[in-house]
Design a protein. Structure first.
Length: 402
């Protein structure tokens, strides 16, 4: 008979996640700064040549974006599964506030972007770019504030970002998939079924899942669906339960073991390398008009204004309707500050931007400019609001319902 996982350890795992993401966000900031410096220095030709150098069938840039980033999406998928089955998103009351806030935080930026670009069908393809929140960057900014931000508000931000990532994954799978190879897609479905069969059969060793996961990545890559989706699909098949003997021996569930091993490499290697490879924006190639281009404004204001309105407005609505409570110990000004931080949309926004405009360098340059300006202003605004508030904040909200 199926039983609930014996060793989920949701609180320690969430704390470890928050700590690694916050520190990784600082490393990501440094990587993005280095990329900007390289792209605007005498080393720029070598930087670009290295990214486009062929390594086997792919360039270095494509190995990073299509293969290395699979580990990031694998970790995202495991975090989604863990939090929905046994963590902060395990019940509907817990999902209400971050869920509605994430939905509003995706819809409003997309509408603002569409409002600026609706007359240009090519630019409109990037409508999802400002919908993403970069949890590593946001938590990195929060980490600079110490205990000025209540822990419950950090958990709210993490939960919102996890739901946000789920939405981004679905958007990539549905809207940024080119021509499909049905044979490869069919074989990928069979491999996914085999992975699910391993789970149902009670296989708790990780190596069979990882071997089949490698095959799944290859088939998804060949199918036309973006290869990183294979990481999320694999994550959903990895068991979050331990067998009786294993549980008695104190061995953690396979998903927890793999998540633990991946958190730091992803936070301190995979995502910074992605930032180093993709944040380089040659400013000399952009005209002054790029600052006021519809695409730049759509992305920048979508992140800075749209995210704040969507997240804060949706959270205020569900709290006023009595569907959720303000996070414990948090105040409305602190909620506003965290809502501003949600406008930091670096990693996933860049990723979606490259999918939308990979073949149009001019538009991709405007995307990067909008992401950097919008994220920078949102981060500074959120940090300033939270920094100026008294420790603990006024009028803390009631204890959340469980």
């Amino acid at each position: 008979m199926a039983h609930r996982p014996a060793l989920r350890r949701p609180i320690p795992m969430l704390r470890e996640f928050l700590e690694s993401e916050a520190a990784g966000g600082l490393v990501l900031m440094a990587a993005a700064a280095v990329a900007l410096l390289l792209a605007n220095s005498p080393l720029a030709p070598g930087y670009q040549a290295a990214l486009h150098a062929a390594i086997g069938p792919l360039s270095l840039e494509h190995w990073i974006n299509d293969a290395l980033m699979v580990l990031f999406f694998l970790l995202v998928g495991m975090e989604i599964k863990r939090e929905f089955l046994g963590g902060e998103l395990a019940s509907w009351p817990r999902r209400a506030l971050p869920g509605f806030a994430a939905a509003g935080g995706m819809a409003v930026p997309a509408l603002i972007y569409a409002g600026f670009t609706w007359q240009d069908p090519a630019a409109l393809r990037g409508w999802a770019i400002p919908s993403a929140t970069d949890i590593a960057f946001a938590l990195g900014v929060i980490s600079l504030l110490g205990d000025r931000v209540p822990s419950a508000l950090k958990v709210f931000l993490a939960a919102l970002a996890i739901i946000d990532d789920l939405g981004a994954v679905l958007i990539i799978a549905v809207f940024y998939t080119d021509a499909l190879s049905l044979p490869d897609l069919g074989l990928a479905a069979l491999v996914l079924a085999a992975l699910a069969g391993l789970n149902r059969a009670g296989v708790r060793r990780l190596w069979p899942y990882l071997l089949l996961g490698l095959l799944l990545w290859l088939l998804v890559f060949r199918s036309g669906v973006h290869a990183t989706i294979a990481g999320v699909a694999l994550a959903l098949t990895i068991p979050l339960r331990t067998g009786g003997a294993q549980a008695a021996g104190g061995r953690a569930a396979p998903l927890l073991r793999l998540e633990h091993h991946l958190q730091r490499p992803v936070a301190f290697l995979v995502v910074p390398v992605f930032g180093l490879a993709n944040a380089g924006l040659p400013l000399a190639n952009l005209s002054a008009d790029a600052l006021t281009a519809p695409l730049t404004l759509g992305v920048g204001l979508g992140l800075l204004v749209g995210k704040f309105i969507g997240v804060f407005g949706s959270a205020a609505l569900v709290i006023r309707l009595g569907l959720a409570d303000l996070p414990m110990g948090a105040s409305w000004p602190q909620m506003a500050g965290v809502s501003l931080l949600c406008g930091i949309g670096f990693t996933m926004s860049l990723f979606i931007g490259m999918l939308a405009f990979e073949d149009t360098p001019l538009l991709l340059g405007e995307v990067k400019l909008g992401i950097m300006l919008g994220s920078l202003l949102a981060g500074l605004a959120g940090w300033t609001v939270l920094r100026l508030l008294h420790r603990g904040g006024p009028s803390p909200g009631p204890r959340p319902r469980r």
